[in-house]
Design a protein around this ligand. Structure first.
Ligand SMILES: Nc1ncnc2c1ncn2[C@@H]1O[C@H](COP(=O)(O)OP(=O)(O)OP(=O)(O)O)[C@@H](O)[C@H]1O
Length: 709
């Protein structure tokens, strides 16, 4: 491999690595860097032309009606946005020169170099004649950029990576994959990209997706993939790029069915929200599980549960309790239904009604769907009698009978409407009602644990907890099917309860999912014990489970230190091995006062990049005060850093998924002690220890947890 950079006007610094490619009109023929810059400039103009064309589209005469004109306008607006030339985001980052022009017959003799050469970038750009200038990274032709190797060159003669400085193309690096004399080295540009300081929100990794990550990114829409990976192995990045890939490969289907990214909290969603737009995807919804279920239940979360209650409420057995409670509303008929029409009376006897009800129960359809079907079934029984009596009733008569007051009254009696929120309220407040449906499912103690201490008058005045709302969501789905999306990405999945997995699962029953998580980072009392179990709750038993172990975030010394906790928090998991060359730094620092913690932050703020001060939640107010006293501005997690304010004060409970260039971790013992049990505490500490990209200072006034050795 050879890297060329620096001054492109001096042919000796760039050029030797490249001997292919026709010179552009303005480029020196022997200077590859200039030629590549010329291609970049030409691609930019082509992109501008594409955008201008989209902007000039006149939709006024095209569409038949107002609604479709609006839809068309929206599509065009989105396209214009997607065609924006984002400053600071290079239009292409790589190039592939194939040995044979892809897509041609083996015997074809098209020797035009353009047919062999492809620039790989974030979006497709073509020239006025429709010929590609830049190929979308998701296109099949781009795949070897991520996967080709000397062992399997995938018909690629040259892979070139480009380096940029401040938006300028300043370097390139070549690999001649079929040249046996060329030594195999690691890419400097790749390494630089991985080591680049972090500022602002998460960014895409499209130029440097690794082969094992690419396999996950490009796996098809039909299957669910579950990724177990330690801190910083790129799970979130992979999940987001997978959505982008699926939207490219299955655009129409997913435009109809929709995609959704689920994250643990708002600050995390805020942190990742720029990635998909940067990849040209503007329409992906993002939410937390709490948001999703609250939308359906239409109640507000105003209460919290004791851990013990939340564990029982999140247990999958609650689904059975709810199923019983919903279906117990059906009462087998004991009275006939008598329909009077004109001078005649039609009588459907109780035993026949019972047959209808049992048949509907046996069909396994939703409670609400069966309820809607019942009047028509009763009407049908009446129609059969009419026909036997020599009448010739049609569909209109059947509809009229179904709407008859006697039929309606019978339906209300037999199959009454169920309000899911009211049902859950009753289960949580009426001990007898709960006992009736939880008998043999939950123990008496478990029932006591979830019953509310105080009686509540209405759904509105109830102080619903997050776990309660998931129960309402389950009950709602028993009554009426939840619409399914085409694909759901579920990040930080290890923290979900079985009932939450079910809630997510019903949002992708007819679609697929990407499940991302780390068993070692599970910090809820109901955290996932095994992915097989979680996938069963999700309804995706046939998912493929992949493991990522190469770490892109945390420097070696830090991850080695943090991994000391693994045997105590998730025995059997493979420790992450850092791919960062920059060793970073790691400092364990005994302190006696908070001012020294502030001092550590000040020290790190002298360096480039973001700084996070992570502390036990209970320590946040004191530390905020200490920072204020020292005149150091600070932000909350998820808030965007600026040049002036680069320090974020992070409660340990919100650190998951986030990263900072430098981290000061305050008082590990307090982080552990802030959790209800030791294992959860150590897991919280593991999360906090693994947020740093370039350096970590651990400050402690008290003894360090013995598990750290
Ligand atoms: N192939 C890659 N090239 C460059 N950077 C990468 C690559 N993969 C991941 N990264 C970077 O590594 C960091 C960690 O990635 P990410 O947050 O996706 O990891 P994670 O596995 O979700 O971590 P956690 O378990 O802590 O949430 C991010 O800054 C991401 O951009």
């Amino acid at each position: 491999m050879s890297t060329r950079s620096a001054d492109p006007t001096r042919p000796d610094t760039a050029g030797a690595a490249d001997n292919s490619g026709a010179p552009g009109p303005d480029a020196a023929p022997d200077n590859p860097l200039l030629r590549e810059r010329a291609h970049l400039a030409a691609s930019r103009s082509a992109l501008r032309a594409m955008r201008e064309e989209a902007e000039s589209l006149d939709t006024s005469n095209v569409s038949a009606n107002w609604v479709s004109a609006e839809a068309l306008r929206h599509d065009i607006d989105q396209r214009i946005k997607a065609l924006a030339d984002l400053s600071g985001t290079p239009l292409f980052f790589g190039r592939l020169d194939y040995l044979h022009a892809p897509g041609r017959d083996a015997g074809a003799t098209d020797e035009a170099e353009e047919a062999h050469r492809f620039y790989i970038g974030r979006r497709h750009v073509h020239d006025a004649g429709g010929d590609p200038m830049v190929i979308d990274w998701r296109a099949p032709v781009s795949q070897p950029f991520y996967r080709a190797s000397r062992r399997d060159p995938m018909d690629v003669a040259l892979r070139r990576r480009f380096g940029y400085t401040g938006g300028e193309l300043t370097a390139y690096e070549d690999e001649h994959l079929t040249d046996p004399t060329e030594a195999d080295t690691t890419s400097k540009l790749l390494q630089q990209e991985i080591e680049r300081p972090r500022v602002g929100p998460m960014r895409d990794i499209v130029a440097t997706i690794q082969p094992e990550q690419d396999e996950i990114v490009r796996s098809g829409l039909s299957g669910t993939v579950c990724v177990q990976g330690g801190p910083g192995t790129g799970k979130t990045a992979v999940g987001l790029h997978r959505v982008a890939f699926l939207l490219y490969a299955y655009r129409e289907r997913l435009a109809r069915t929709g995609t959704l990214v689920i994250g643990p909290n708002r600050s995390f969603l805020h942190y990742i929200e720029q990635v998909l737009p940067a990849l040209g995807e503007l329409e992906v919804k993002q939410a937390t599980v709490d948001d999703l279920v609250a939308q359906v239940a239409r109640v507000e979360v105003r209460g919290t549960d004791e851990a013990a209650a939340a564990v029982v409420k999140g247990d999958a057995r609650m689904a059975e309790v709810l199923r019983r409670a919903v279906h117990a509303h059906v009462t087998l008929p004991t009275e006939p239904v008598v329909v009077v029409r004109g001078s005649r009376r039609w009588r459907v006897p109780a035993y026949e009604l019972e047959e209808i009800v049992r048949e509907l129960q046996g069909r396994g359809i939703r409670y609400g769907a069966a309820r809607e079907a019942l009047p028509q079934r009763i009407a049908h029984a009446v129609l059969v009698q009419m026909e036997r009596a020599g009448e010739a009733p049609d569909d209109r008569v059947q509809d009229a009978v179904a709407r008859n007051t006697a039929v309606k009254a019978a339906v209300k009696e037999i199959w009454p409407p169920v309000d899911p929120a009211k049902l859950v309220l009753r289960l949580l407040t009426d001990a007898d009602f709960l006992a009736e449906h939880a008998d043999g499912v939950l123990s008496e103690d478990e029932q006591k644990t979830i019953l509310w201490a105080r009686s509540v008058r209405s759904v509105r005045s109830a102080k619903w907890s997050a776990a309660d709302v998931v129960l309402i969501d389950e009950a709602t789905d028993l009554v009426q099917r939840t619409p399914s999306l085409g694909h759901v990405v579920l990040d930080e999945a290890q923290d979900l309860s079985p009932m939450q997995y079910r809630a997510v699962g019903r949002r992708c029953t007819t679609g697929s999912a990407t499940v991302l998580g780390d068993l070692a980072q599970g910090t809820t009392p109901w955290a996932t014990r095994s992915w097989e179990e979680a996938l069963a709750h999700l309804g995706k038993d046939d998912a493929v489970i992949e493991e990522l172990t190469a770490g892109f975030r945390v420097p070696t010394d830090v991850i080695t230190y943090a991994s000391r906790l693994l045997p105590h928090i998730a025995p059997g998991l493979t420790p992450v091995s850092s791919v960062r060359e920059n060793p970073g730094f790691f400092d364990l620092r005994p302190v006696t006062e908070d001012a020294q913690v502030v001092g550590a932050c000040e020290e790190l703020l002298k360096r480039e990049g973001s700084v996070g001060l992570i502390a036990a939640d209970a320590r946040i107010p004191v530390l905020a005060e200490a920072l204020d006293a020292a005149g150091i501005g600070h932000l909350g997690p998820g808030e965007e850093t600026t040049r002036e304010t680069r320090l974020t004060l992070v409660p340990a409970s919100l650190a998951k998924g986030l990263e900072y260039d430098y981290v000061v971790l305050d008082e590990p013992g307090a982080v552990v002690g802030g959790e209800p049990d030791e294992r959860t505490g150590l897991r919280r500490l593991y999360v906090a220890l693994t947020r740093a990209v370039s350096g970590l200072i651990v400050t402690h006034a008290a003894a360090l947890p013995p598990q750290l050795g």
